[in-house]
Design a protein around this ligand. Structure first.
Ligand code: MF3
Ligand code: CO
Ligand code: CO
Length: 263
């Protein structure tokens, strides 16, 4: 497996792309409510990226994906396609996944939203624990860490909380390519896998399921759902390995100070 090392100039562009993707997630938050369609959310994100950021929505046309962001509701694990007739309902959990290209460089991040005020406690807990799984992975990142250790820790955390960690989809190296080496699995064997070095950039994007980790893809060839139709939640950040640890390129404003760390 090969990987690219980013220069100081590359990283500067990735910081900008990362901030744009993060700002898009912040912008869309107030629009997520019952009655809104995922098609409307997609258009708002598209226009923000194109008009406000003067950047490119990476998902649009990527391997034939028809929209600018992914919107994944409830038992949809990832890669949900926004639709003009898909109306959000009270109590649903929604992931919006945004990837921006700025001057050729990518920033990729996603977060969960709760639709309305009346979410069920089990759904809320899943959303929270999936975010903690991401943060615990981020906290491990530093030169010398092996990716098998990262994946193992995330899956262990999922299991301890009575969830499963999805195996069919993973984090990935990122840079001038949307998806590049290394593959960043959210499961693994301690002491194995690629060893991190400064200048690597990749995503961590754990998907935690209430039931089985097994997924299936719908006939649209994109939408990934849980085989048992139980809920799934995902959060994602783009991360740079620094000489002393890590820099998260897609933190939203205020996120770092408000972090709820896994215990
Ligand atoms: N943003 C997703 C990821 O985290 C990939 C979406 S590909 C698309 O890797 F084509 F569905 F947009
Ligand atoms: Co990604
Ligand atoms: Co993504």
């Amino acid at each position: 497996m090969t990987h690219t090392i980013k220069s100081a100039e590359d990283i500067e562009k990735m910081r900008i792309a990362g901030k744009m993707a993060a700002d898009c997630l912040t912008m869309i938050g107030e629009h997520v409510k019952p009655g809104v369609t995922t098609g409307e959310l997609d258009k708002l994100c598209h226009d923000f990226i194109v008009n406000d950021c003067k950047a490119i929505p990476a998902c649009l046309g990527y391997r034939g994906f028809p929209k600018s962001v992914c919107t994944s509701i409830d038992h949809v694990v990832c890669h949900g396609i926004p639709h003009e007739n898909q109306v959000l309902k009270e109590g649903q959990i929604l992931n919006i996944d945004v990837t921006v290209i700025f001057e050729g460089w990518h920033g990729d991040t996603s977060k969960m939203y709760i639709v309305g005020q009346k979410v069920k406690p089990p759904a809320e807990r899943l959303v929270q624990k999936a975010q903690e799984a991401l943060y615990l992975g981020i906290d491990m990142v530093k030169p010398g860490l092996k990716l098998g250790d990262l994946g193992f820790a995330i899956e262990q955390f999922a299991k301890q909380n009575h969830y499963s960690s999805v195996r069919d989809y993973c984090g990935h190296g990122i840079g001038q390519k949307f998806h590049e080496d290394p593959m960043v699995n959210h499961f693994g064997t301690p002491g194995t896998g690629m060893e991190l070095v400064p200048g690597m950039t990749f995503t961590i994007e754990p998907m935690l399921n209430q039931g089985t980790h097994i997924c299936r893809v719908l006939a649209d060839d994109w939408t990934v759902i849980t085989k048992d139709r139980k809920l799934s939640a995902q959060w994602e950040h783009t991360i740079l390995v620094t000489p002393t640890g890590r820099e998260v390129l897609t933190y939203r404003e205020g996120e770092e100070v408000n972090l709820v760390r896994a215990t």
